[in-house]
Design a protein around this ligand. Structure first.
Ligand code: DC
Length: 229
């Protein structure tokens, strides 16, 4: 099985680039942020305060979290049997996800789910600790980054496209706060693996970044775009 780890801060383009590259190579795209988002959402629906870590940890064994793919290869997240793929994209859930992801027991709870995917399929998996913790033996590790203002602009445009109104200054402030939380936490902080290829997408078009990632994948794995093993 081939595994490609793509890590980096929010808004660096990881999910769009990973999804498109996975389509081109016929790999499964695993969005691990969606799994943390599902736990963040669960804490809300279960009425558990994120300041009460013991309560968050006690909630974990009660949760039924499933990750499924539809015929188009899109990942859907299910919480207690309900498809929550749209709900987890709400901005308030981004902050909840960032907070729950700092709890070591939450991270430990999700390790096997993520590794199992890489055992069963050729994957492009994106997140914060994929190259450092989840798949330390990945065939290729890429650390994608971009200036914080570039990332906030992209996120702002994504929200506008979804009809979610939020002033740009707020999007930027939240992006900085999440960067700080994700980088400063003790448990598996956002950090490039020593053997990761660093890719700064500031000023790149999306197509340029996708082409660069696909070139790296092709070079490292010997697979060709459109080739199905
Ligand atoms: O990639 P995202 O924005 O959907 O991720 C939501 C939050 O989950 C993010 O603030 C950090 C956390 N996360 C993590 O800690 N580890 C991962 N592998 C993926 C996401």
């Amino acid at each position: 099985m081939i595994s490609i780890a793509i890590d980096g801060p929010s808004g660096a383009g990881k999910s769009t680039i990973s999804r498109r590259a996975a389509e081109m190579f016929g790999f499964i795209y695993v969005d691990t942020g969606a799994i943390y988002r599902t736990i963040g959402l669960a804490s809300k629906t279960h009425g558990v305060s994120l300041d009460d870590k013991a309560a968050v940890i006690a909630m974990l064994p009660e949760l039924k979290i499933d990750l499924k793919y539809n015929a188009a290869g899109e990942q859907h997240m299910y919480l207690d049997g309900k498809d929550v793929s749209r709900d987890i994209r709400l901005p308030e859930v981004s902050m909840l996800a960032s907070k729950v992801s700092a709890i070591p027991e939450v991270r430990a709870f999700l390790v096997d789910m993520q590794r199992d995917m890489a055992k069963r399929y050729d994957v492009i998996m994106d997140g914060r600790d994929i190259g450092t913790v989840i798949l330390p033996d990945a065939d290729l590790k890429i650390f994608l980054t971009a200036d914080v203002s570039d990332r906030a602009h992209r996120r702002y445009e994504e929200l506008c496209a979804k009809g979610i109104e939020k002033p740009f200054e707020e999007v930027l402030a939240e992006m900085k706060q999440r960067d700080e939380q994700d980088t400063a936490r003790a448990a598996a902080p956002l950090k490039a693996a020593d053997d990761a290829v660093m890719l700064d997408t500031s000023g790149n078009t999306l197509e340029e970044s996708i082409a660069e990632v696909c070139r790296l994948i092709a070079d490292k794995t010997g697979r060709k775009i459109g080739e199905r093993p």
